[in-house]
Write a protein that binds this ligand. Structure first.
Ligand SMILES: [Ca+2]
Ligand SMILES: [Ca+2]
Length: 333
């Protein structure tokens, strides 16, 4: 909620007098800025948002980490904008109080409806390592100025990089195709015995550059959910080992897997279980030939789906009979 510029930080500070007790006495103590907590390995976290350059992104809704350029480091995308500019001190802090005091609550609520919208730019930050994030919102084509709420990553064209869907107020959803052409990438689908998608699993990937960890939990961002897959960027690394900590408590290890593939891992729960064969995965196509890191603007057509993965991404026309037609097609003969 901290302003991204001096102007915004002064204009949108709001009237915090009635929230002062909450801000000071709530535990953990509330801060009017973004917070990024870094695990120290000593049972403590330290807050490093200002150090990382991520403390001020205006009124942010969805916060989505993901490796958009496949270099092995998590980048960040945020959505912004509000349907009413009710954080403006000029519009609400003073005028609202005057209306409330002189004309009553009902009149104040009517006044609230006259406050204009407050569009704002979305943000994208590239992770340069060592807690150093660079604002690449414009360079990556993700600086849409509007009122954006939900955001979800998905590899819509199955080329192994993360594409992006953003829903917005009063305009069509933004569907961005990732044009990243460099960096190794891998997709992993977990297939549990009782937990169908392996939700809650911890997936550790170790390559020559180090270890990356993903927590498979698709409900991220503001009222958003993603496809239940794990994505890793690998940079120049071409092979890796994998350890999956299933929510049931056991760990499954797979060694010497290669980059550039889409793996489906079946759960193996212990020595009395039948060990699954080493997964071969499905080869992902090469990255976009343009090899430009960044997102194609909404409306850009996606590449043709590969036959091997098209079944997982069947698109049906949304209409009153679409669901019925799908059921008919799938009815066993
Ligand atoms: Ca990255
Ligand atoms: Ca993609």
């Amino acid at each position: 909620m901290a302003g991204s510029s001096h102007y915004r930080s002064k204009r949108n500070i709001g009237d915090i007098s009635i929230f002062r007790d909450f801000l000071i006495n709530e535990w953990p103590r509330q801060k009017m800025q973004n917070a990024l907590f870094l695990a120290t390995g000593l049972a403590r976290y330290i807050e490093v948002s200002a150090m990382a350059g991520l403390d001020a992104t205006d009124w942010t809704w969805s916060v989505r980490f993901g490796d958009l350029d496949n270099d092995g480091r998590l980048d960040l995308f945020t959505t912004n904008g509000t349907s009413r500019d009710d954080m403006s001190l000029d519009l609400t802090g003073i005028k609202m109080s005057e209306v409330w005091d002189t004309e009553g609550e009902a009149a104040a609520m009517e006044y609230l409806k006259t406050i204009p919208q407050a569009p704002s730019s979305d943000f994208a930050f590239r992770n340069r390592g060592n807690l150093d994030f660079e604002d690449v919102s414009s360079a990556w084509g993700l600086n849409h100025d509007g009122i954006s709420f939900g955001a979800a990553y998905a590899d819509l064209d199955r080329d192994g990089d993360l594409d992006l869907v953003v829903n917005r107020l009063g305009e069509p959803a933004g569907i961005y195709r990732n044009q990243s052409g460099s960096g190794g990438r891998v997709l992993i689908r977990l297939r549990g015995k009782t937990n169908r998608y392996g939700l809650g699993a911890l997936v550790r990937l170790t390559s020559s550059s180090g270890t990356q960890v993903r927590h498979l939990m698709p409900t991220r961002g503001f009222m958003s959910s993603e496809e239940p897959l794990v994505h890793f960027g690998l940079g120049d690394d071409t092979s890796f080992d994998l350890a999956v900590e299933w929510p049931e408590g056991h760990t499954q290890r797979l060694d010497k897997l290669v980059a550039g593939r889409f793996y489906t891992l079946d759960e193996h729960s212990g020595p009395h279980d039948q060990a699954p064969a080493q997964p071969q995965g499905i080869a992902l196509p090469d990255g976009d030939s343009a090899a430009r890191v960044g997102m194609a603007p909404p409306g850009t057509p996606f590449r043709r789906l590969q036959p091997a993965t098209a079944a997982a991404l069947t698109i049906v026309t949304i209409g009153p009979r679409a669901g019925l037609e799908r059921c008919r097609r799938r009815r066993p003969r």
